[in-house]
Write a protein that binds this ligand. Structure first.
Ligand code: UD1
Ligand code: CA
Length: 465
């Protein structure tokens, strides 16, 4: 058999999200809601995907799919008005060529759907079935379409909840998950014959099942209830996302990563073997973590690259930066965009680095602001050091050459360069370049006035009376 076309139904309005962002583009574990259905279809073998969207959402959905699925053609078509799932499927088939002989249909708002839910449906197509439906037995089937079977168990059709009599509503417990595979010719013919004389006045895709029953046969394949988890409002979005986070954590665990407690890891993140991700960690976006890394409690990493053996201590925040290998970060460190913290470098507690490079083994262990810095290997930045990188108009670079030592509580007024092996004395305000191997010191000489302490205290005590 040749071509499998996937159709993703996503033209529903999503009003219950109460959002300006189209429902199907709301992020779920780091990817737009819609992405999960497309990815499942592609993984199940679809060679082409048509997403049915509404006029209002087309341009934003186009922008997403173009970049995310480079190897499978994904196109969008507009359903002019929401006249039902059958109408939406018809719009998709009308817009696609005749090259596919089988069609997989999914909804765009079921982020827990997997390829393993879809593949058995495609596999079920053959001599005794021209259409296969994913079904699920529920104790409380209310709201879902129900699978109808004849005396010998053959699937004869689907009836929507609202079109059921009240007696049958409770007794039919096998529900339609809304995922289908069908022979393209049977689906086309079934869609062409749809009528909208039902409780909702819509064209139901589910009515094609009865057509398939008498044209090649219909089957229902029982699957997991996950495929049913749909997102209509932000409460359901939160539940679906938590389920996905649990699934992603489990995937990493089985791949050799210790993931503790409620660590939440986006679907887009990669983690090397023997790394540990502690409770309360949030890993987002394009974050890439190497092997044997520790990301300790409460740290948040967004689009960060972390080299092998690096330790990120609790409550550190990293964004669009690269750290490691074997670097030590935090606790309570902030590494901002554009920073490159090199091999075995330290960024300790209450240190903020912005667009700053640190060479091998360079250290800023406590309380510092490193903005627009270029720090050579082995340099040491003392506590309380500030790179004064901004004069209110322009940002300038502070260069600290290899092995330089910056004493505590110094201010380096950029642009400025501290030479190789140079020494900046504690409390110095550096405004001019410091040559290699020089000592820079700028502070008033200390004077000790003997016996002054008790004299001052007596004077102040007398004043208070
Ligand atoms: C549908 C099924 C129902 C099944 C349930 C599973 C029908 C008639 N019923 O019901 O048997 O149990 O899914 O979740 O299909 N859509 C469009 N255009 C439209 C209408 C809907 O693109 O005109 C899209 C929606 O965006 C959504 C999907 O189709 O992604 C399903 O539509 P929805 O209205 O949620 O169908 P249900 O009533 O839940
Ligand atoms: Ca639905």
């Amino acid at each position: 058999m040749s071509g499998l076309l996937a159709v993703i139904l996503a033209a529903g309005q999503g009003k219950r999200m109460k959002s300006r962002l189209p429902k199907v583009l709301h992020p779920v574990a780091g990817r737009p809601l819609l992405h999960h259905s497309i990815a499942a279809a592609v993984e199940a073998g679809a060679s082409r995907v048509v997403v049915v969207v509404s006029e209002e959402t087309k341009s934003s959905v186009d922008a997403h799919v173009a970049s995310e699925f480079p190897s499978t053609p994904v196109v969008t078509v507009v359903q002019p008005s929401p006249r039902g799932t059958g109408d939406a499927a018809r719009v998709a088939l009308d817009a696609s060529g005749e090259d596919a002989d089988r069609v997989l249909v999914l909804c765009g708002d079921t982020p827990l759907i997997r390829a393993s839910d879809c593949a058995p449906l495609v596999a079920a197509l053959g001599d005794s079935a021209s259409m296969a439906v994913l079904s699920c037995e529920l104790d409380d089937p209310r709201g879902y379409g129900r699978i109808l079977r004849d005396g010998s168990g053959r699937v004869t059709g689907i009836v929507e909840d609202r079109d059921l009599s009240s007696e049958r509503r409770g007794s039919l417990r096998e529900v339609n998950a809304g995922v289908y595979a069908a022979r393209a010719d049977v689906l086309r013919a079934g869609l062409a014959g749809l009528r909208n004389d039902n409780a909702q006045g819509e064209y139901y895709l589910t009515d094609v099942v009865a057509h398939a029953h008498s044209n090649g046969g219909a089957v229902a394949v029982k699957g997991s209830a996950d495929a049913l988890v749909g997102v209509n409002d932000r409460s359901q979005l939160a539940h679906a996302e938590e389920a996905l986070f649990r699934r992603i954590a489990e995937r990493h665990r089985l791949a050799g990563v210790t993931v503790r407690g409620d660590a939440r890891i986006d679907d887009t993140v990669t983690i090397g073997e023997d790394s540990t991700i502690e409770a309360g960690v949030r890993l987002r976006g394009k974050t890439k973590i190497g092997a044997s890394v520790l990301v300790d409690v409460g740290s948040v990493l967004t689009d960060a690259t972390v080299g092998e053996g690096t330790k990120i201590h609790p409550y550190s925040v990293l964004e669009e930066c690269a750290v490691g290998p074997r670097a030590l970060i935090g606790p309570f460190a902030r590494v901002r965009p554009g920073s490159e913290i090199g091999e075995e470098a330290h960024v300790g507690n209450f240190v903020e680095a912005k667009k700053t490079k640190m060479g091998k083994g360079a250290k800023a262990n406590h309380l510092a602001y490193l903005g627009d810095g270029d720090i050579g290997p082995g340099a040491n930045i003392g506590a309380g050091t500030i790179f004064c990188n901004y004069d209110g108009f322009t940002k300038s670079v502070t260069t600290i050459a290899e092995g330089a030592f910056i004493g505590s509580d110094s201010q380096l007024v950029a642009p400025v360069r501290i030479g190789v092996g140079a020494y900046v004395a504690t409390g110095t305000t550096v405004t001019q370049d410091v040559p290699d191997d020089a000592l820079a010191i700028s502070r008033t000489k200390q004077e000790n006035k003997l016996g002054y302490a008790s004299r001052i205290k007596r004077r102040l005590a007398a004043k208070k009376k």
